[in-house]
Design a protein. Structure first.
Length: 430
């Protein structure tokens, strides 16, 4: 069963993609475009595909997000573009994500790299916003260096999304493409002080783009959370993404885990664990109906055998001889006002579970950057203006470092838009 975690869900064949595309009404009002975070011209993309113009279809998709083969796999189409598709009235929306995935996988858009402009940009972070920014800048003839503090490149695309949703090869192929086009990738680069930032600008870079994402995983400070077998979701998924040998080395002895959380990352952890045959218990302090995770992911997790413990909030983790004991207080939801999520209060009783590992899957926050003169909000998010400029001259930012945790398509779209603003400024168009 273990290998199944590395097997991607099968996409559409050419004929299936064509038949699905034919279901699009090419609506005048284009509700799917409005529903798309990046406002991708979905009907135009589908129309070009049906006309046998696959390269044009991919060009249309790339014009907003740069990486359609990634968006087609990891975007939350069921709550975005597909959710407002006219065919949703019959509960059978056009499978926009699968069509985009097919187009992204099977067509190539030829790009002519313009004459070098002699301008250089340093990008901090190799996640989705950084990669999208780099690709757009290269297409503008601007030299790019990407600095990554970790060993591997790709950011959350590599360590935060399980391989059954986004295989490593998809991300690696795009990184290799960027290298081929001239982007320099430098790993083990820690840029976290004003001196580090100043050195980049002193090295001749005309601008710096910050795309570090929301890289600090949240960790509940409950008693016992510092035990060695208590880990975060990024650590868990990162080890799985390296490969099966990595999983066996770190988790081969694990038979039962407890996961706390109710969002999409919690579902990723639970589903991955079950695909490896691990007995999985999910603790959530609200009810299933109030989980922020996508309903389809919750359904998949339960279908795979994840055991959900609603209204359970962990309060203590105790080290046993060969296991952990998780003590959770029972909770209750009250509705003192019109809030549709209610207020959590203590209920009666407690739940005790034994497991081999406890995984914190309660999201992530933005790591604080100690750059002198960089304006941040109270949650460490970088403040920018309408041109993606920070309070430091020639320093730009986008993605989760600005917005807090959002989806991959948010990061891809904002990274591309920021690159357009940077290019306009450096090339004299802004």
């Amino acid at each position: 069963m273990g290998n199944q975690v590395y097997q991607e869900t099968i996409g559409l064949t050419y004929q299936e993609a064509i038949e699905e595309a034919k279901r699009c009404f090419n609506c005048v009002l284009k509700p799917c475009v409005v529903g798309c975070v990046a406002h991708n011209e979905i009907p135009s993309m589908i129309k070009a595909f049906l006309a046998g113009e696959g390269e044009e279809a991919k060009r249309i998709s790339e014009s907003k997000t740069s990486f359609p083969e990634i968006c087609g796999r990891v975007c939350y189409q069921d709550v975005q573009c597909e959710a407002v598709c006219v065919r949703m009235k019959q509960n059978v929306p056009v499978k926009i994500g699968l069509i985009e995935r097919y187009i992204g996988d099977h067509y190539t858009v030829p790009h002519t790299i313009p004459k070098p402009s002699q301008k250089k940009v340093a990008i901090i972070g190799s996640g989705p916003s950084g990669l999208a920014c780099a690709l757009e800048l290269m297409h503008q003839g601007i030299e790019v260096n990407i600095y990554e503090r970790k060993d591997i490149f790709g950011g959350v695309l590599k360590y935060g999304i399980p391989p059954y949703r986004l295989p490593n090869r998809i991300v690696d192929e795009r990184i290799e493409e960027l290298k081929y086009k001239g982007v320099q990738f430098i790993n083990h680069s820690t840029i976290q002080s004003s001196d580090d930032l100043r050195k980049l600008l002193d090295q001749g870079f005309d601008a710096v783009f910050i795309g570090i994402g929301a890289s600090q995983q949240n960790f509940s400070k409950i008693k016992g959370s510092d035990l060695s077998m208590v880990i975060g979701w990024k650590t868990f998924l990162g080890i799985i993404n390296i490969g099966e040998s990595s999983f066996k080395e770190h988790f081969g002895h694990i038979r039962r885990i407890c996961v706390v959380g109710g969002g999409n990352v919690a579902m990723d952890v639970c589903i991955s664990a079950r695909k490896f045959g691990i007995e999985t218990h999910l603790l959530y302090r609200r009810t299933q109906a109030l989980m922020p995770a996508r309903p389809m992911e919750i359904a998949e997790a339960l279908h795979l055998g994840v055991i959900l413990h609603e209204l359970s909030d962990p309060t203590e983790i105790i080290q046993k001889e060969h296991s952990l004991e998780i003590i959770s207080k029972k909770t209750h939801i009250i509705y003192p006002d019109s809030s549709d999520r209610g207020v959590i209060v203590d209920g009666e009783g407690e739940l005790r579970l034994e497991c081999d590992m406890f995984v914190m899957a309660i999201g992530s926050t933005v790591r604080k950057l100690n750059f002198e003169g960089l304006d941040l909000d109270p949650t460490n998010r970088i403040l920018i203006n309408e041109d993606y400029e920070t309070s430091i001259s020639n320093v730009y930012a986008a993605g989760d470092a600005v917005t807090g945790t959002k989806t991959v398509i948010h990061a891809l779209s904002s990274g591309k838009l920021a690159a357009q603003k940077i290019a306009s400024r450096l090339l004299g168009n802004l």
